[in-house]
Ligand binder design. Sequence first.
Ligand code: SAM
Length: 283
Amino acid sequence: MTYNTLDGLPPLREVINEHDLRAKKALGQNFLLDLNLTSKIARQAGDLTGCDVLEIGPGPGGLTRALLLNGARKVVAIEQDARCLPALQQIADHSDGRLKVLLGDALAIDPTQYLSAPIRIVANLPYNVGTELLTRWLSPPEWPPFWQSLTLMFQKEVAQRIVAQPRSKAYGRLSILCQWRCTTNLRMEIPPAAFTPPPKVTSAVVHLERREEPAFPADAKILNQTVAKAFGQRRKMLRASLKGLHPEIEDCLLTAGIKPTQRAEEISLEQFCALSRILKEAK
Ligand code: SAM
């Protein structure tokens, strides 16, 4: 039977009723059932034709269907909840072999053997899994990583931290981690009412496009350590918060063009990178 939906598959509300996919809180399940909205999210990932897409947490497949509709060459989707498999299989049967579903925990599965470049990652995930995966995707042993871009849904506050600029409350470790190796954009907000069941918070979609080279040269480990210390005590002056990093930290700060009395949230990405290079040389 063909339905009057964008892709001819049953409406998502029918899919979740038919497969009894009542959302489980423990799995952070809040489903998007409007294919127009999931298509809009899929479009934020850029031109998908000629790209493989890695989707994490497809659930009943609202975003998966949109990724296929938007021309992805292949979608590899990792889902932890086996209850979703029949709904996802129905999409796979309808996709000319373009959908591969992997059952398991995205934190434990390496999907790269199923994917070919260029690869875009798209996900609507529970908050804790999302930030853990984001940190891993941004910290591979070699750069550039296996993926070209990340299009991720987070609660709005996390999305704001990813794109934040100096002198704002949201500016911190996550901003530096993301902006050092990617360009970042906050693309759209999604109100709780768009989800079934509605979560308590507003969500937002962020898009990160990898830089082939980091924005400024720095050693990833030293940069990470410096930023962690600086923002770990963000109200303190840097000469105090970074004290443990070097016996002559004030000189190091001055050489990097930073006043020792400044605080972490006033320091740009470029300055943090300059400071890490000086700390590396001064070791
Ligand atoms: N993408 C669907 C949508 O937009 O309607 C579902 C989104 S729901 C917020 C998150 C999905 O991620 C759920 O289907 C949940 O079962 C799955 N999930 C949660 N933790 C996961 C993990 N560690 N690995 C893979 N999937 C996970």
